[in-house]
Design a protein around this ligand. Structure first.
Ligand code: HEC
Ligand code: HEC
Ligand code: HEC
Ligand code: HEC
Ligand code: HEC
Length: 446
């Protein structure tokens, strides 16, 4: 497989014009020291511990990543090259510690994952997908401050790409969160975002505005610092560490919290058709829900209706170890991307996917309540025999589709012990109980 090297789109280049604390004769830490996130820990302990628990730190230790990269290298006879590892361990590529990710167990830990040094030395974004980021090659830590105080470890500098309040900052995140293969636009978080209202003036809600919440705090544990906004580096999303990893419980709680604010639901009973009308709205995400590796994850609706204590409708009741694709459930509403290969068969291995069928919840495209697109909910109807007494609903999300896991276990690339560790989340904000008493005269809740 040859990965398209076509670069489209705007190029943002940082001018490191406002280097604070540039002092010619001063000796700062060496490049070798600054490459290692452990070095940052002494002065930025909270940034370090949040980052360490994040998927950015874990990206090249993930057994599923290692399994898929190994299989992809084998199945493409190495033509895959650095395609995967360039995003999952970019500093390991730049330092020449790996070319294909097959030796990641020998690569020093400080080069694995998306590291502090990588993000904080980006100088330009030369495209829109497949990690087109260029580094300064200098030991100046770029951020959103133009008045950082002097410190003994590193110089600092302001950069629009790192300022969460500047629209350009979304391209630093987005161009790594968007994947194109020769055949498909596989992961589309950045392009979905650009089509949403959040990328429009005057809203300008950047990736980091949503994904890096701030608190009043010092940003370095050294003498003389003042109170500032400290921004979270935990980046909770969907994925969780499947191996021993620092901060697992904290990260899981952040993910559950983040997910619970993402989807809202509404249930109506329609006496004319005797159907339950369900609508779901993506209220929180600045892109589709789910997004990114939507081909590898599965969200679905679990709904149960009863009358006089007897079940009259049930869909999406899938036990934690059971596969979504094997559910004998014609009414099942799945929100995901479905991949197919050149022969038209279902395909989980993304280097062989040539076509995607997408069923996702779109983000807002307007905040104008008079615009017909204001309502961006997606609806489905479920047939019943007469008005139920009670309807229970929740949207569930499995971080990795068990069909993909089984495929990797069958090819001998993944140990079977990981299967039981894949989490399935309940999106608490989507949970509803419908009863005739709770419903208004329109028979809707809420
Ligand atoms: C010896 C202590 C020390 C070490 C070690 C250290 N820093 Fe800093 N860093 C500071 C201080 C002090 C500031 C400025 C704080 C302020 O002005 O409130 C700072 C500021 C920053 C900023 C903000 C720059 C800006 O202009 O917005 C970034 C980003 C940063 N550091 C990243 C790192 C990274 C990454 C590492 C590890 C490679 C690291 N630091 C290691 C002390 C340190
Ligand atoms: C070098 C490429 C790269 C850059 C730059 C980057 N990311 Fe990531 N991001 C990744 C990878 C790789 C993962 C983890 C993959 C995994 O789940 O194992 C990830 C994970 C995440 C997750 C968690 C996803 C999940 O499903 O659990 C979020 C949220 C996220 N990034 C947001 C951001 C934001 C916001 C920025 C910009 C400040 C950013 N990323 C910059 C590559 C990148
Ligand atoms: C995925 C990219 C990414 C990674 C990885 C990353 N940072 Fe940041 N960091 C940012 C962004 C974006 C900001 C926000 C700057 C702003 O808007 O002011 C930031 C801000 C900071 C700041 C300034 C204070 C603040 O909270 O805004 C410090 C200090 C910092 N990071 C240190 C670190 C350290 C230490 C690590 C590794 C342990 C790290 N960063 C890893 C993207 C990253
Ligand atoms: C308006 C707020 C908002 C904006 C803007 C936004 N996101 Fe998100 N993002 C969310 C919410 C809410 C979720 C869903 C919660 C979750 O997955 O835990 C999410 C989820 C994600 C995930 C996890 C994948 C998934 O299936 O949901 C990634 C990765 C991500 N965002 C990256 C980005 C990047 C990159 C950008 C900018 C190009 C961005 N986000 C812009 C709010 C936002
Ligand atoms: C352009 C950067 C980029 C490239 C190229 C890339 N990834 Fe990722 N990968 C990401 C990001 C970003 C995420 C997190 C996405 C999200 O949560 O929505 C991710 C998530 C993952 C995950 C965890 C979630 C899941 O889907 O199970 C695995 C495994 C993974 N990638 C494997 C691979 C493999 C194997 C390749 C090469 C065939 C690859 N990636 C190529 C950026 C990249």
């Amino acid at each position: 497989m040859t990965i398209s090297r076509l670069i489209i789109g705007l190029v943002f280049v940082v001018s490191v014009g406002t280097i604070g604390s540039a002092c010619d004769n001063k000796e700062y830490f060496t490049r070798e020291q600054l490459l290692d996130p452990e070095t940052c820990k002494d002065c930025h302990p909270k940034h370090y511990s949040e980052w360490k628990a994040s998927m950015h730190a874990y990206a090249a230790d993930d057994p599923i990543f290692l399994a898929m990269n190994r299989r992809a290298q084998r199945e493409t006879s190495g033509a895959l090259g650095d395609f995967c590892v360039k995003c999952h361990a970019p500093m390991a590529i730049l330092e020449g510690a790996t070319t294909d990710g097959l030796n990641l167990d020998e690569v020093p830990q400080h080069l694995k994952g998306v590291t502090c040094y990588f993000c904080h030395t980006v100088s330009a974004v030369e495209g829109t997908h497949n990690n087109p980021l260029v580094l300064t090659g200098k030991n100046v830590m770029l951020g959103g401050l133009d008045d950082a105080i002097e410190n003994e470890a590193h110089q600092t500098g302001y950069s629009v790409l790192h300022d969460r309040n500047s629209p350009e900052s979304s391209s630093l995140c987005g161009s790594c969160h968007d994947i194109m293969t020769d055949d498909v636009h596989l992961e589309r978080t950045f392009s979905e975002y650009k089509d949403s209202v959040f990328a429009d003036q005057p809203f300008d809600q950047t990736c980091s505005n949503c994904h890096m919440s701030g608190v009043n705090d010092v940003i370095a544990d050294v003498a003389g610092v003042k109170l500032r906004r400290r921004h979270s580096h935990a980046f909770p999303g969907v994925d969780t560490a499947l191996i021993d990893w620092p901060g697992k419980a904290e990260q899981l709680a952040l993910i559950e919290d983040e997910l619970s604010n993402t989807v809202q639901s509404r249930i109506c009973f329609n006496p004319a058709t005797s159907e339950i009308d369900l609508s779901l709205t993506n209220v929180g995400a600045g892109h589709m829900f789910p997004s990114g590796s939507a081909q590898d994850r599965r969200a679905w609706v679990e709904i149960k209706a009863t009358k006089d204590g007897a079940l009259v409708l049930e869909s999406g009741v899938i036990a934690d170890g059971d596969r979504v694709d094997l559910a004998a459930d014609p009414l099942l509403w799945v929100m995901a991307d479905h991949g197919f290969n050149a022969a038209g068969e279902v395909e989980h291995m993304f280097w062989k996917i040539t076509r995607i069928e997408s069923e996702l919840l779109p983000p807002s495209s307007t905040f104008d309540m008079t615009d017909p697109d204001f309502d961006h909910s997606v609806s489905r109807s479920y047939p019943t025999s007469g008005q139920p007494d009670r309807i229970d609903l929740v949207v569930r999300l499995r971080s990795v589709d068990l069909a993909l896991i089984d495929d990797l276990i069958a090819s001998g690339d993944l140990e079977s012990k990981y299967r039981a560790l894949i989490p399935t989340f309940d999106l608490e904000g989507s949970r509803l109980v419908w009863t005739a008493e709770a419903a208004g005269s329109d028979l809707c809740v809420p």
